[in-house]
Structure formats: structure tokens, C-alpha cells
Design a protein around this ligand. Structure first.
Ligand SMILES: O=C[C@H](O)[C@H](O)COP(=O)(O)O
Length: 161
């Protein structure tokens, strides 16, 4: 199965977003790429990072995409923002092991990275690695992720989320 993948960033991450977008357009594992911006020609090029993180999370929550790779200065702001959307697990990761575990341990749908934190070549490599991982619902990690889902379900039932 090929991935439906979102790429997005604020202005502080747009160079990496555009390069990795170009890389992944050539990747046979990716079936569809949705570029949610920002783009240099946009009137709202300076749009704050929460709009990007929330938009990506909502598209995944609504079943319109499978996963996302997002960038900002640190990767933190877009991750925090995406994690506000129910059911979304987004993680900032700048090393190969964390990139792997974000999927295999945490079943993250979103990877975020910081253009002001890591080099471009490492970010390109990590993006390619990340899309190669698939969560195993029969793994020992599944019960741990389920705790998060149960918490969100209980909070929603009581009007708390
Ligand atoms: O997490 C926030 C991002 O790094 C953003 O790109 C920059 O935010 P700032 O301008 O508030 O530092």
C-alpha cells in the first residue's frame, strides 16, 4: 500500500519542507503528497506554525491522509500543535533510533523536525527512513498506545477533550 503523505512547514522550515517534498515525490512508497504550505508565493507565508500542525492533524483525523512530515524552526511547535488534534500522535525526532521508535513504539502519524536544529542531509535521510516503518498492532507496544487512546476516549465521553 502506498502512503498518502502531508508535507508542511512554517516559514522557518520551508526550505527543508520543499526539499523533502521533492525527494518524496520520487519515492515509490508514496502514492500521494499533499503540500499544505507554507509556500513562498503565499500571501500568508508568515502564518504561525500552529495552523500548519493543526491542519495536518485534522486531515489525518478525517481520513484524508495517512501520515505527515512537518517542519518549523525546532520541530517542536508543529508537533505541539498537531498533538492538540484528537487521536494524533506527533513527535519531534532528529536521530535514527527515535525516528524508528516514533512509529514502532508510539504509532505516530506525524514526524516533525527543526530546520534550525539539524542539517539538511540528515533530515532528508530521516524522512526516507521514517516512511519505511509501519506500526505492528500485534507488538508489545500496542497495549501502551492503547492507554493513550483509552484516555482520549474517556475524556471525550465526559466532555473533557
Ligand atoms: O516551535 C516553533 C518554531 O520553531 C517556529 O518556527 C519559530 O517560532 P518562534 O519564532 O516563536 O521562535
Amino acid at each position: 500500500m502506498t502512503l498518502r503523505l502531508i508535507l508542511g512547514s512554517d516559514e522557518a522550515g520551508v526550505d527543508y519542507k520543499d526539499q523533502i517534498l521533492a525527494d518524496l515525490r520520487q519515492d515509490p512508497r508514496v502514492g500521494e503528497i499533499i503540500d499544505i504550505g507554507v509556500n513562498r508565493a503565499d500571501e500568508d507565508f508568515n502564518k504561525p506554525y500552529p495552523y500548519i500542525g493543526i491542519a495536518a492533524g485534522e486531515l489525518i483525523r478525517d481520513g484524508r491522509a495517512d501520515r505527515a512530515i512537518l517542519f518549523c524552526g525546532t520541530g517542536l511547535g508543529v508537533a505541539i500543535s498537531a498533538n492538540k488534534v484528537e487521536g494524533i500522535r506527533a513527535a519531534t525526532a532528529h536521530d535514527s533510533f527515535s525516528v524508528e521508535r516514533s512509529v514502532l513504539s508510539n504509532n505516530c502519524q506525524i514526524l516533525t523536525m527543526g530546520q534550525r536544529v539539524i542539517g539538511l542531509e540528515l533530515a532528508r535521510r530521516l524522512a526516507k527512513e521514517w516512511i519505511g516503518y509501519t506500526f505492528d498492532p500485534s507488538s508489545a507496544s500496542a497495549a501502551k498506545v492503547q492507554v493513550l487512546e483509552d484516555f482520549e476516549g474517556a475524556a471525550a465521553a465526559t466532555g473533557g477533550a
